[in-house]
Design a protein around this ligand. Sequence first.
Ligand code: ZN
Length: 164
Amino acid sequence: MAEPARFLVDGMLGRLAKWLRAAGHDTIYEPPFDDLLLAERARREGRILLTRDHALARRRGVRCMLIHKEDLNGQLQQVLERFPPADAGSRCMRCNVLLEEVPPSAVQDFLPPHVRKHHRRFWVCPTCRRVYWQGSHWQHMQERLQHCVQGHQAVNRRVQDHLD
Ligand SMILES: [Zn+2]
C-alpha cells in the first residue's frame, strides 16, 4: 500500500484538503495563509506545499506542487496520480487526526437506529469526537476517490494505446 503523504495546503484549496484527508493523507489547512509563513512551515515540517500560486510554487528550498486545475475533481486527480490514496478513511476530514476504533457500545447512544442496526465497526475522532462508520456516505466518497485514480489510469492507457 502507498505511504500517506504529508501536505500543507494554501488558502484557496480548502475543499481539496478535506478530500486528501479522506484519501488518508496527512493534510494541514489552517491560517495563517501568508505565503512566507506557508513556505517556512512546509520546509520546517517536511511537507509538500500544494498551491495555486505560481510565485509561491517557484519558491526555492520548498517542495511544492502547483495545482493548475480549477475544479475539485481535476485537483484531486492531479494529486492522487502522484500520491495514491493510502489507508483511506483513517483520518478525520475536519481535524486531520487519525481516528480511533471504538466498540459499538461506546457510541450507540449517539447513533441513528438504522446505523446501529446495520453497522458493527465505529471510529471516533479524538479531537472533535465525531463518530464515523462505513455507511453509504463513506462508500460514495471511496468511489469518488477511486474514480479519480482510475480516471488517471484510463488516460495513461489511452496514451499507451497511442504509442503502440
Ligand atoms: Zn475531528
